[in-house]
Write a protein that binds this ligand. Sequence first.
Ligand code: UT7
Length: 332
Amino acid sequence: MDKLRAMVTGIHGYVPEYRLTNKELESLVDTNDEWIMTRTGIKERRILKGENQGTSVLGIEAVKGLLEKTGTDPLDVELIICATVTPDMPFPATANIIADKVGAKNSFSFDIGAACSGFLYALQLGAQFIQAGTHKKVIIVGADKMSSIVDYQDRTTCILFGDGAGAVLLEPTTESLGIVDAILKADGSGESFLHMKAGGSRRPATQETVANREHFAYQEGTSVFKFAVTNMADVSAEVMERNKLTGDDVAWLVPHQANKRIIDATANRMGVGPEKVMMNIERYGNTTAATIPLCLWEYESQLKKGDNLILAAFGGGFTWGAIYLKWALDPK
Ligand code: UT7
């Protein structure tokens, strides 16, 4: 039997309406547009406002749009994996809530948490179900409501993050398209540099943890930056070498959007010019698990069947990785 591969047969994204601009942040913390732009490349981020609005709200919109766009009957979906670090609740899984609300009644579903690399981890995991021949329609959602864990009194983190979601449909093919190769890595010793101090089993919520503002993302930015620059570039170069690709062979770099400087360093190392780098950090900031699918969604009209894409990420954990994806769709 011909080898099965998992190809992306649809992509959709969703960002909430509200724009949190650098100007507005200037009224919350001691910062300014010039500092934020030169250090990060971010101009504004989208924020999901309103009571009882969790990450599932973002994921549902992305998946609904994906089903419509691809003409997929929700009852045919067999698996939904949601990558998120901001689930609606610790349990049940946000993927279960999304599956229920989009009518994917025949699907099983679960969440995975790999922070900014979550979408890559989930994509490779979903692809394995397709490649094994056991599943034919798998949805991968990257969704995060980062505004729910951002401390808007901490100028070193509140300028970075935004809310959003993106989703892809994976289906089998025997052509040389889809996910060709993946290198995923993790190093748990990175915990101290990027984590949330309380709210888990080690330090459950108490009045003290709330008073100490421990339920927010904590980051030692400069240390994370150093690890990110090296590891994201290394792993991208590694996946290219392993597949005998040069910068000229790569049609697009699809990088996690954490900092424009990290993205530029990765592209440089790969020998890929800026015109081939997907970038929307200026408008959305860092949406954690959603950055890569949001990029694919926005650049979809420029992608051609057979294009070589390198998806690359680095984030909390530490987690990082790169996926070599051959685009399977022609522009509509
Ligand atoms: O996606 C998950 C993985 N995360 C990342 O990849 C993020 C990696 N880190 C970064 O992107 C960068 O480290 C940051 C953008 C977070 C910070 O940039 P930096 O160049 O590392 O700045 P810094 O933290 O070293 O701060 C430089 C100065 C400090 O002042 P002093 O000590 O030099 O007087 C900060 O206090 O800038 C100050 N600063 C600010 N000033 C204005 C820090 N935050 C701000 C701010 N506005 N928002």
